[in-house]
Ligand binder design. Structure first.
Ligand code: NAD
Length: 483
């Protein structure tokens, strides 16, 4: 494949960058996937100015027209999924089937927002003996959307669709290691819309800082790590911007003594190791009662051992590489320190081709047998294919250990009794708890907010609660009868 050039997108014009960064294939690091324009601070300013100039007209466009355009955007995602999936797999290291499914799922996210918006945007009018009040929803103006690399299209559409539906314009900053496929999709979607409604700037921390300090940006919606979120919060403070954060998780799975061991092992293996463990609500630590620990661990090992590690375009691969060198080194060093401290690391799975294993950021999936509850590998978010399995004596202890974290994104309970699982779910400090599953069903994706408590985030995405992140309220009080 010829290397691609991705430019900035400012005011619907493809704009060359101040410089270009090479993107490598993490599955074969000698190969270049493309080059991506890096924005200067002045170009970030131009993108924000374009979004600012376009916003009043976009907000005045009837909501029904904005919603029709979002439906057309969803159609583009459907139509382009198969082609762009290959590019995304090459740059991100995620399996091609995963990338294809991600783009289709992002289309559904856009449609869900389109379905919600008309009803959501209606003003609430209250009339009484002493007059009436209309509570109206207004867009913020310019929103900045900054995302991480692990699910670029889903994460972006969760911001773009509700922001645009509510009449905001947006400046997006994709992650440097997954900007190419996403930008191809965004250029096609932006072409449907008036100039300036969607703008895309590329780069790292400097570009992110230029965006999050810009006085015309009224809201920052960010998906990524806690450290960067803290710096964004400081940057946003000077001009009093609102922020919404989707951050990391260290999601516990609590297996109860009445769980269906086969079912739980299969689901937990998938919930921990798909995307090679690189997703925010992956199962990141497992708590298993002593009475079934060995049986469960053996069954889970057998499941994880089925993983076949290979290049993301190889249809036989069931696990790809890490997305980037820094994350690869982080996970390798975490595992090495755990081993040095006496942890029992069980490496599983098989490389499809030993040569490919040497060419990219690959790791073998691993379990940590009888991990110590307070050890580093249990306490930190690994964001990679290694899963600690901790033994517990009673449920109260399991709940205490699960809550012993500054993170609180997702969690799961595994039991054949829904009532028992529900009672424990209600004790967990998390934004989401899944019972006998590791992610939301379609029903949940459509109707439930997504996000975390404690240091896992601020605010929520998805559903009407997520859409409310993109409006401010304007209360109009009037004397006399309703108009
Ligand atoms: P990261 O915080 O390093 O980067 C995220 C984005 O921020 C990238 O686009 C990056 O270029 C940009 N950035 C870097 N410095 C910046 C700065 N100073 N100002 C503004 N932007 C800046 O995170 P990552 O390594 O890309 O992602 C991994 C983390 O994201 C994990 O902790 C994961 O759990 C979390 N995550 C959370 C969710 C969720 O929905 N809760 C989803 C996906 C990933």
């Amino acid at each position: 494949m010829n290397p691609l050039t991705i430019d900035l997108l400012i005011d619907r014009r493809e704009t060359p960058g101040a410089s270009y960064a090479v993107v490598v294939d993490p599955g074969r690091t000698g190969d270049h996937v493309g080059v991506v324009a890096q924005a200067s601070a002045e170009q970030v300013n131009q993108a924000v100015q374009a979004a600012h100039a376009a916003q009043p007209h976009w907000a005045a466009t009837p909501a029904s027209t904005r919603i029709d355009l979002l439906r057309a955007a969803a159609g583009i995602l459907d139509a382009e999924a198969a082609t762009v999936a290959e590019l995304m797999a090459l740059e991100s290291g995620m399996l091609i089937a995963t990338c294809n499914a991600e783009i289709l799922s992002a289309a559904q996210i856009v449609r869900d927002n389109a379905d919600l918006a008309m009803e959501f945007l209606k003003p609430r009018e209250i009339a009484g003996a002493d007059g009436w009040v209309s509570v109206e929803k207004r867009p913020y103006g310019v929103v900045a959307g900054i995302v991480s690399w692990n699910a670029p299209v889903i994460l972006t559409m969760r911001k773009l669709a509700p922001a645009l539906a509510c009449g905001n314009t947006i400046v997006l900053k994709p992650a440097p290691t997954s900007a190419i496929g996403l930008s191809v999709l965004l250029a096609k979607i932006a072409a449907l819309l008036p100039p300036g409604v969607i703008n895309v700037v590329h780069g790292g921390a400097e570009v992110g800082t230029a965006l999050t300090t810009h006085p015309l940006v009224r809201k920052v919606s960010f998906t990524g790590g806690g450290k960067v979120a803290s710096s964004i919060m400081c940057n946003a403070a000077a001009s009093m911007k609102d922020v919404q954060f989707e951050l990391g998780g260290n999601d516990p799975a609590i297996v109860l003594d009445d769980a269906d061991i086969d079912y739980a092992a299969i689901r937990i293996a998938n919930g921990a190791f798909r995307r090679a463990g690189q997703f925010c609500f992956a199962v990141k630590r497992v708590y298993v009662p002593e009475c079934i620990y060995d049986r469960f661990f053996d069954r889970l090992s057998a499941e994880v051992d089925k993983l076949r590690i290979g290049h993301p375009l190889d249809p036989r691969s069931t696990m790809g590489p890490m997305n980037n060198r820094a994350q690869w080194n982080f996970v390798k060093e975490l595992v090495a320190r755990a081993r040095d401290q006496g942890a029992d690391i069980v490496e599983l799975g098989e490389f499809l081709d030993p040569e490919v294993a040497q060419e990219g950021y690959y790791l073998r999936p691993a379990l940590v047998r009888r991990a110590q509850p307070l050890s580093e590998i249990v306490a930190v978010e690994q964001f990679g294919p290694v899963l600690p399995v901790v033994a517990y004596q009673d449920e109260a202890q399991a709940v205490r250990m699960a809550n012993e974290s500054e993170l609180g994104l997702g969690s799961s309970i595994w039991s054949s009794s829904s009532a028992r699982a529900l009672a424990i779910a209600r004790e967990l400090e998390a934004g989401m708890t899944f019972i006998n599953q590791t992610g939301a069903s379609r029903l949940g994706q459509r109707h439930a907010p997504f996000g975390g408590v404690k240091q896992s985030g601020i605010g929520r995405e998805s559903s009407d609660i997520g859409m409310a992140e993109y409006v401010e309220y304007h209360s109009i009080h009037c004397e006399g009868a309703p108009i």
